[in-house]
Design a protein. Structure first.
Length: 337
């Protein structure tokens, strides 16, 4: 890649600069972005100043921020060298990936062997990348464990990444089908009053799963695979009595599964299958007094071989930055109450 970083001799102040050299000026232009907007994003979020000097970028700030920003710039340059674009989300991901994941987010006693470099999932429509260390570990664990849990607030990529892993394994031939499910809690007894057949009644509650699939596979292919029953999208209640073999199975919104439903679902796992359970413990819609099957499974299955628990926080939100701040505000309010 031919990138070099030069740090001037230590000055009396800790505010010095690091020079990062980039040999290809055309790639450097893309790195900086239109009107240097990429550099502005890095400056704003990392607390540094970045100045262009020929084919070098001078990063000015305290030592920790300066070195972290230089590493981000190198990472983004390498991405552009590889022919991949750099978006605001990619920059945000590069900055997040430079921060170590706190031990509190790892399952007790779990040994994490981190990937070298970025984690990328290649689907038929686009490549998907983990943008935080928690996401990175989550993806790794979904490939290496038969049963994985993704627990955390909305917007952290729990379901999206699970479906991406499922599509990746399906394309590679590692599994023969994809099964996506959710509890239709919002519908309850009102399903019978909705117009249409059963599929039309429950499809509105399954729409987030359709949305994820359509992000990774052409719509016509999704429709064909559903017709061939190689992709199934169905309410949790439809899983009873089945053995799901050679499949990638995702249960979304699992906080709304009862304890009985959760046990029923988990025991559907068959040979050659992977299962992922995702949920947010702060958004339980079950009737008052009905325990959440997700919380019970978390207590019972901790430490069971072949099962991994992956936790996300507001710091892992990859939607609009305001979403993370909203979640933090609600968490602070609940802590006071």
């Amino acid at each position: 890649m031919g990138i070099s970083a030069l740090t001037p001799p230590t000055q009396s102040s800790d505010i010095v600069e690091t020079l990062v050299e980039f040999p290809d000026n055309r790639i450097l232009i893309d790195l900086c972005g239109e009107f240097d907007r990429n550099l502005s994003q890095i400056e704003h979020q990392m607390g540094v100043h970045v100045l262009r000097r020929g084919n070098r970028l001078a990063v000015i700030g305290d030592k920790g921020a300066r070195e972290a920003a230089a590493a981000v710039l190198r990472s983004l340059y390498a991405r552009l060298e590889g022919g991949r674009p750099v978006t605001a989300g990619d920059i945000d991901g590069a900055m997040r990936m430079g921060r170590p994941m706190p031990d509190s987010l790892r399952a007790p006693g779990e040994q994490i062997e981190m990937f070298n470099g970025p984690v990328e999932l290649r689907t038929r429509k686009k490549a998907i990348e983990a943008r935080t260390e928690a996401q990175k570990t989550y993806v790794q664990n979904l490939f290496s464990h038969e049963l994985g849990f993704g627990i955390g607030p909305a917007g952290t990529g729990k379901t999206y990444l699970a479906v991406a892993v499922g599509v990746t394994m399906f394309i590679s031939g590692a599994v023969e089908k994809i099964i996506l499910s959710r509890p239709a809690v919002e519908a309850g007894e009102r399903l019978g009053f909705l117009p249409g057949d059963m599929k039309e009644k429950v499809d509105p509650y399954m729409q987030p799963l359709y949305d994820a699939l359509n992000d990774f596979l052409p719509q016509k292919q999704v429709q064909k695979l559903i017709e061939e029953k190689r992709i199934e999208i169905a309410p949790l209640a439809f899983m009873r009595g089945r053995t799901l073999s050679n499949a990638f199975i995702v249960l979304d919104e699992a906080q709304n599964a009862t304890a009985m439903q959760m046990k029923m679902f988990l025991t559907r796992l068959g040979e050659g299958s992977r299962m992922v359970v995702t949920g947010d413990r702060t958004q339980i819609d079950l009737p008052r007094g009905t325990p959440s099957g997700l919380q019970e499974a978390e207590r019972i299955l901790k430490g069971v071989k072949g099962v991994t628990f992956n936790y996300f926080t507001s710091k892992d939100v990859v939607r609009h930055p305001l979403v993370g701040r909203i979640i933090e505000a609600y968490e602070a309010h609940e802590a006071q109450g």
